[in-house]
Design a protein around this ligand. Sequence first.
Ligand code: FMN
Length: 391
Amino acid sequence: MPWKRRPFSGRDIARALNIADLREIARRRLPGFVFEYIEGGAEDEVTLHDNRGALGRLRFVPPTLIDTSARHLRTSILGRPAEAPLVIAPTGLNGLLYRDGDLVLARAAARAGIPYTLSTVSTTRIEDVARQAGGRLWMQLYVVKERAVARDILQRAAASGYEALLFTSDANVFGNREWDQRGYRRPGKPTLRALLDTLRHPRWIMGVLGHGMPRFRNLEGFLPPSALTPMGASTVIPRLFDATICWDDLSWIRECWRGKLLIKGVLTVADAERAAALGCDGIVLSNHGGRQLDSCVAPIDVLAEIVRAVGARLPVLIDSGFRRGTDVLKALALGAQAVLLARAPLYGLIAGGEPGVERALTILKGEIDRALGQLGCNSVADLKAELVRRV
Ligand SMILES: Cc1cc2nc3c(=O)[nH]c(=O)nc-3n(C[C@H](O)[C@H](O)[C@H](O)COP(=O)(O)O)c2cc1C
């Protein structure tokens, strides 16, 4: 009988050796339908899986016998120093995963010396994160039907000193996340099975729901109270998305927002060119972690051509599927300035709060450092496209 490796069965974040181990702890901590909210991709999850597959099809071709004893991870993101080429990506509803999830993530990012991006649909107010977490803060913007929401977010983020605005462009029509809906009889009404499953997670009930149902704090004043809780989310958020959003909205945002402006959801050279021409300060290649258009190309597969076209004019960042330090190094070698991480730090958050997020970031930094040395590099600036080959 061949020896088979089993999934990580421990509970101690200190014993988690990689992001997959943290994911296992997180999976056991949450009711299934809440975990599904994080995991789920759209439709057949072709894109979700291909984000990993595309990274897996890249291999390194390392030079040998190079002194890499002076290795470090420090770099520059949007012209400012960062301790690692990483950014925490915007994720909505973090307070449903862990109490004060946004604050916990933002604090861990600040301690790690990397930017944190707060979602429009966060469960903590823009001002509270700025006041209580500090560090480099970016604000994500969904331009929803009610344009006053965007105006409000822009003003509040500017007044609170957010360094950058990250406009999500791939959210004109809500993705068809079937797994995300299975736990509900009707929108907002969990099935009996989901409720029983929830009762088997008293720690989550006490830790999260015990302090009151998390709410979309930035949308108070725009939505009726019943629509502000996660239970209303499955009906409310899809309806907020606006099929009319277009480049005119980006021009308008550029006029209103004086800080750095990034557009997240670019996947074509033509759109990257357009973003540069409109005065964006950076682009994020993203397919929303496989949660929007299924069968969408993986960002890593279009990175090189987009960097070739606009890399000299504006920073190109990337997300979707990054779970290992080697994944990050592949993107940097192909010209990305930094990698945004969503699910990886969320697993840490659920598994162990702030120490859990720190563990996730420490694991990734350790992996980046080790692989950097094995690639004959002393810093991420030494990475070159020749180090990576598609197989
Ligand atoms: C649970 C969850 C919530 C998300 N919420 C948002 C959001 O509010 N705004 C946004 O622009 N992207 C959102 N995203 C997409 C992420 O910002 C990011 O593009 C993507 O998940 C990166 O892939 P990864 O999860 O494989 O790291 C969300 C992703 C997840 C997993």
